[in-house]
Design a protein around this ligand. Structure first.
Ligand SMILES: C=CC1=C(C)c2cc3[nH]c(cc4nc(cc5[nH]c(cc1n2)c(C)c5CCC(=O)O)C(CCC(=O)O)=C4C)c(C)c3C=C
Ligand SMILES: [Fe+2]
Length: 421
């Protein structure tokens, strides 16, 4: 079966030429429909290959399935083979094709299908698959340097420190590999992670995963600012795709950043933090207290010091009781001016994982940020936030991980190939 057909074109096997043409026509129509729905001129699908991995500056989609994997082999060739297989499958799935060339329903009756089938008939849904490498791939705490990679580990790629007020679940933290699947349809994102896990059976196992909805960031100037589960606009001051100089300064790893990490040049670091929000406590706070905690108005998203959403906060402006922008408000605590101008590209999602055992919502923000160096662009902010941020009263950090995200995959290569050269 041709690799160029969409999943929908594969149904029924052995289609006559006219049937194929019809299927392809349906696909094109779906793409046009998606284009319109996506808004802002975003394409209906993103290629897996390119200068950068998609899923970083790509306009943030609405849904997330994030998975961290343990590598369960100590054979370097098996790891490389997995990355080859993942590259092939990812390239297919982001185009709306099945994970393998045969597809969900056209294979032999006596073999498991090379695609699980739940995304049959669904368009690409702007799926992006972003793959990262955790510290354990280079030097595992129990298994050591399984793959002969320890001398290629960039210094910045180390487990994040324990921050004050972290209540981490170790089983839901860390990981040797990660896959960030983002799409406008949750079924497409889940299908992608499921098939990558299926392909990796015997080489990797899923350590933990997280579903997310309702992006809490804006990564292009054409996107409007969404709201998080506290009801506030989130993503206002994010680094955007169009800010190419800021991306070079704050998001992309430079060629000279690390002697051992040359393979990561043009890539980035992905910080993941699952943050449970005590929704019921928050909901009982007065509007004024909520706005003082964030430092912005809930309606407009503008800073309390005045102006529209995109106005710069004035931290010196005084009210009768001190600064109008409370010094312990979230935007005051994490403002780049306090960290030598360090910015980050945030790309998080809301989550609701059912209810807690006392009947509250098990809900929060799955924080994802891409940074050039976590030591300068994340750790100092998180430390300060944990110590001094008024918002902390309503937050519990339950999961934490750091991954190095290699640059984009060139034609004929597999993801992260330079690391194994
Ligand atoms: C350590 C990094 C950060 C964590 C963790 C974090 C959690 C978190 N944030 C909100 C809500 C908002 N954050 C906003 C801005 C903002 N947040 C961070 C960093 C972390 N946030 C930065 C760097 C910034 C931008 C600061 C600036 O440049 O001015 C905002 C304001 C709107 C915006 O700019 O996006 C909100 C709202 C929650 C609820 C949360 C944990 C659950
Ligand atoms: Fe924030």
């Amino acid at each position: 079966m041709s690799g160029g057909l969409s999943r929908r074109g594969l149904l029924g096997g052995g289609l006559a030429a006219g049937g194929v043409a019809l299927a392809a026509g349906g696909y094109a129509a779906a793409r046009l429909g998606e284009d319109a729905a996506a808004g802002g001129g975003e394409p209906a699908s993103y290629p897996f290959r390119g200068q950068r991995q998609a899923g970083i500056v790509t306009a943030a989609q609405d849904r997330l399935h994030f998975a961290a994997f343990d590598v369960v082999t100590d054979d370097r060739d098996e790891l490389v083979e997995l990355l080859r297989l993942w590259t092939d499958a990812a390239e297919r799935m982001v185009q709306g094709q099945s994970a393998g060339p045969v597809g969900a329903v056209n294979g032999a009756q006596n073999l498991p299908p090379d695609d699980t089938g739940e995304a049959l008939d669904l368009p690409p849904s702007r799926l992006t698959l972003t793959i990262g490498f955790g510290p354990g791939l280079f030097e595992h705490p129990e298994l050591g340097d399984r793959f002969g990679l320890s001398d290629r580990r960039p210094e910045a790629l180390a487990d994040l420190p324990h921050f004050p007020a972290d209540v981490l679940d170790p089983a839901r933290s860390g990981g040797d590999l990660c896959v960030q699947a983002c799409a406008d349809d949750p079924q497409v994102a889940v299908h992608a992670v499921r098939n990558l896990a299926r392909i990796g059976f015997g080489t990797v196992s899923v350590r933990w995963s997280q579903l997310g909805f309702g992006r809490t960031s804006t990564t292009t100037t054409s996107q409007s600012t969404p709201r998080n589960l506290f009801g506030f606009k989130d993503g206002t001051m994010n680094v955007r795709a169009e800010e190419t100089a800021a991306l070079d300064e704050h998001v992309w790893v430079g060629a000279d950043d690390d002697a051992a990490g040359g393979w990561l040049a043009g890539g980035s670091y992905l910080v993941a933090r699952r943050i449970a929000m005590t929704i019921e406590v928050w909901d009982r706070q007065q509007l004024g207290e909520q706005e003082q905690s964030i430092g912005r108005f809930k309606g407009s998203g503008g800073p309390l010091s005045g102006g529209a959403e995109d106005a710069q906060p004035d931290f010196d402006l005084q009210g009768s009781d001190g600064p109008i922008m409370p010094v312990d408000s979230h935007v005051a605590v994490v403002h780049p001016d306090r960290f030598g101008g360090a910015r980050m590209l945030r790309r998080g999602y809301n989550f609701v994982d059912g209810s807690t055992d006392v009947g509250g919502l098990d809900a929060g923000l799955f924080f994802i940020a891409f940074v050039r160096d976590p030591r300068t662009h994340f750790i100092p902010l998180q430390t300060e936030m944990a110590r001094n941020d008024r918002l902390m009263e309503y937050l519990r950090f339950t999961s934490s991980a750091l991954f190095a995200v290699p640059p984009g995959v060139r034609e004929g290569e597999f993801v992260g190939q330079a690391l194994f050269a």
